[in-house]
Design a protein around this ligand. Structure first.
Ligand code: NDP
Length: 283
């Protein structure tokens, strides 16, 4: 089974569009997402375009704040502060990576935790690990949603996550643990990675190495989630999984493109609605 992230995220966005119209009726305004981009990194520009397009599609208010590559850290922090204090802004996202002269840690921590639609703020990360109500990071949240939509049972299953980053590997491992999977986190120092992965009923690849996960990493029938976004020398977009060799033996697999990527943006929309509801209901 190919898990069609594009189609699943389209139907989730269609449902959100209806919800957002109802929220606008009920509360007299629409959820508002502000996206800040610094500089001209082409990949960042393209991600941001996708996010703004989804915002418009779902009927949110929202704007792009564009700052030059050489903007000072202080100016960026002042912009965030302004949005933190704007009662009509529900979500704030600063597109990463930032130029080297700006501390990403400082910027992430400067966003008010209640408007942190990316779920990267230390308070939200701590809450995730403490099993407290929090904003979940979008890619891990989207992965769990894909597994649910594909009917993949997680409880009691062995899950292996390759990658231990703060934005994908570690949080998705925690979410799989919360769904009662038995989770192994693998990384660049893992010995005999293929053998470790072959144990998995659910294999999540979040590495950033084109088509590294071949058939010898996969147990027949396993659900394989490919988070990777890599460009080959020929300019083709490929995942971390060698789709051609893995698809015939996997029980379920996400393609690249059209798997995890669209779900990440759709979960960003969900998080914006969640932040909106938290805010309007706390008032
Ligand atoms: P990072 O570079 O932060 O982390 C990569 C992880 O992979 C590290 O933990 C690293 O191990 C591990 N790793 C690297 N090489 C190997 C190897 N040979 N064997 C085993 N493990 C290895 O990446 P991200 O988590 O940010 O992203 C991973 C991929 O997912 C990228 O391709 C990125 O573009 C993509 N991505 C896609 C998203 C989407 O929406 N689809 C969203 C976010 C990311 P170690 O810690 O030991 O260095």
């Amino acid at each position: 089974m190919i898990i069609d992230g594009k189609q699943i995220s389209q139907s989730l966005k269609d449902a959100m569009k209806i919800d957002v119209d109802a929220l606008a009726e009920q509360y007299g305004r629409r959820p508002c997402l502000m996206v800040i981009i610094v500089g001209d990194n082409p990949a960042s520009r393209s991600y941001v375009r996708g996010k703004i397009k989804a915002t418009e599609y779902c009927g949110f208010d929202g704007h792009l704040v564009e700052l030059p590559e050489d903007v000072s850290e202080a100016t960026l922090l002042a912009e965030i502060d302004k949005l933190n204090n704007d009662p009509l802004v529900d979500g704030i996202l600063v597109q990463l990576p930032l130029p080297k002269h700006i501390s990403e840690d400082k910027v992430i921590a400067a966003i008010s935790a209640e408007k942190d639609v990316d779920g990267f703020h230390p308070e939200n990360v701590a809450r995730l690990w403490l099993n407290q109500h929090c904003i979940l990071p979008c890619t891990p949240k989207g992965i769990i949603e894909l597994l649910d939509q594909a009917g993949v049972e997680m409880a009691g299953k062995k899950a292996v996550v390759i990658g231990r980053s703060n934005i994908v590997g570690k949080p998705v491992a925690k979410l799989l643990l919360d769904r009662n999977a038995t989770v192994t986190i693998a990384h660049s120092r893992t010995k005999d990675l293929a053998a470790v992965c072959r144990e998995a009923d659910i294999l999540v690849a979040a590495v950033g190495r084109a088509e590294m996960v071949t058939a010898e990493y996969v147990k027949p029938g396993a659900a394989v989630i490919d988070v990777g976004i890599n460009r080959t020398e020929e300019g083709k977009l490929v995942g971390d999984v060698d789709f051609a060799s893995v698809e015939p033996i996997a029980g379920a697999i996400t393609p690249v493109p059209g798997g995890v990527g669209p779900m990440t943006i759709t979960m960003l929309m969900r998080n914006t609605i969640e932040c909106f509801l938290n805010r309007v209901n706390n008032k």
